[in-house]
Design a protein around this ligand. Structure first.
Ligand code: F6R
Length: 364
């Protein structure tokens, strides 16, 4: 059942190219995105004035990335919220807003409660869900099904990747319908999306190098992930993957926040993982890495092919293929999933069933 892999998590990591491809092809037909299956009409797309993305855990991290992408492409203001906070906050919702709930299981108690709260307030709801017929899928006004297939490992990988794809497709289509991007940009974005599965595959070929690096980190006490913009969103997910299966304390910081407190935590040898895939932010975050190094940090960098000068600063660098900067999360997350996985394996832990966690959190 694990198809020759030692753990479900590794099997599911390798299923990502297919899961992403299947999800892309469920809405991309003849080089255009068709959201009619989701039930979103052009009229509705044009009238949305605000998007609220509500989710828990990794699905929330998809929301953090999606906020950058929706705002950049559609210029519709987006708020991202943890479902457990949203439901008790008596949120102020724009009547022309769209509440987007993201959930693999479709059964997460807080996400379901947030959906009900939005419906009670009369706001249009759309769910991005993996499990067909789940509570969230049944109750939302519209559903975008991710085609990740069953996910067994508690730590999500392929569902997260397909949730990202769902948000890309929606953002690109909404931007086009609202005439925020022209046909050339639209087609270019679609063609870049369609190349993602092969690029994910390519990163997976490099897994032994990451295994070699990760195996040396098994005794780490603290790990810090830093990045700006979308690289911060990726850092949040990389950090969660690491801590939940390796039991090593880890935190993600917006790189600019280091100086506001966190940098005092660095000691000789503390591992800092910098995610630097956004060209316009590269120099800024690189200078934060230099600062960490001068305080004794041991540095790992995740960046795009071509940024070889990172090797002057970082002790270990892992490269990802180039793509449109908006879609980079889909690639940069792969080495971070592998890192969490291999640290957990090196420590001899129960990778697929980390202590105290359940796959589906149906109580708050
Ligand atoms: C982390 C993880 C969790 C889930 C969260 C939401 O690897 O899997 O953080 O993302 O519990 O679950 P769903 O997506 O089922 O609502």
């Amino acid at each position: 059942e694990k198809a020759g892999y030692e753990h479900f998590m590794m099997k599911e990591i390798h299923e990502q190219p297919k899961a992403v491809r299947d999800t892309l092809h469920s809405v991309i037909k003849d080089d255009a995105i068709d959201l009619s299956g989701v039930g979103l009409t052009e009229e509705e797309i044009k009238s949305v004035s605000q998007i609220y993305i509500v989710a828990c855990g990794s699905a929330y991290h998809v929301g953090v990335a999606a906020q950058y992408i929706f705002e950049e492409l559609t210029r519709i203001p987006v708020r991202v919220e943890l479902a457990s906070e949203f439901r008790y906050r008596n949120p102020i919702l724009d009547p022309n807003g769209l509440v987007m709930i993201i959930s693999q299981s479709g059964e997460t108690a807080d996400s379901l409660a947030a959906l009900r709260e939005a419906k009670k307030k009369g706001i249009q709801t759309l769910a991005i869900v993996n499990v067909v017929g789940s509570s969230i899928a049944r109750e939302a006004d519209k559903v975008f099904y991710t085609l990740a297939g069953p996910e067994i490992s508690v730590a999500t990988t392929k569902a997260y990747s397909t949730q990202l794809i769902a948000t890309y497709c929606m953002a690109v289509q909404m931007a086009y319908v609202r005439e925020m991007i022209n046909i050339e940009r639209y087609q270019n974005l679609i063609s870049e999306m369609l190349k993602l599965p092969d690029k994910i595959e390519k990163i997976l070929y490099d897994k032994e190098r990451i295994q070699w690096f990760a195996a040396k980190q098994a005794n780490a006490h603290d790990i810090f992930f830093i990045g700006r913009g979308l690289d911060y969103a990726i850092s949040l997910e990389g950090s969660l993957k690491m801590k939940e299966i390796s039991y090593i304390h880890s935190e993600a910081y917006a790189a600019g926040e280091l100086k506001h407190g966190t940098i005092s935590l660095l000691e000789e040898g503390t591992l800092v993982i910098g995610v630097l895939t956004q060209n316009d932010l590269y120099e800024k975050t690189l200078s934060n890495m230099v600062e960490c190094k001068s305080r004794g940090a041991y540095l790992c960098g995740v960046t795009s092919y071509g940024n070889y000068n990172m090797e002057d600063t970082a002790d270990f660098v892992t490269y990802i293929p180039k793509t449109d900067p908006l879609f980079v999360t889909s690639l940069a997350v792969i080495p971070l999933q592998l890192m969490g996985y291999y640290v957990s394996v090196a420590k001899g832990l129960d990778v697929d069933k980390p202590r105290n966690l359940a796959k589906s959190v149906t109580v708050e």
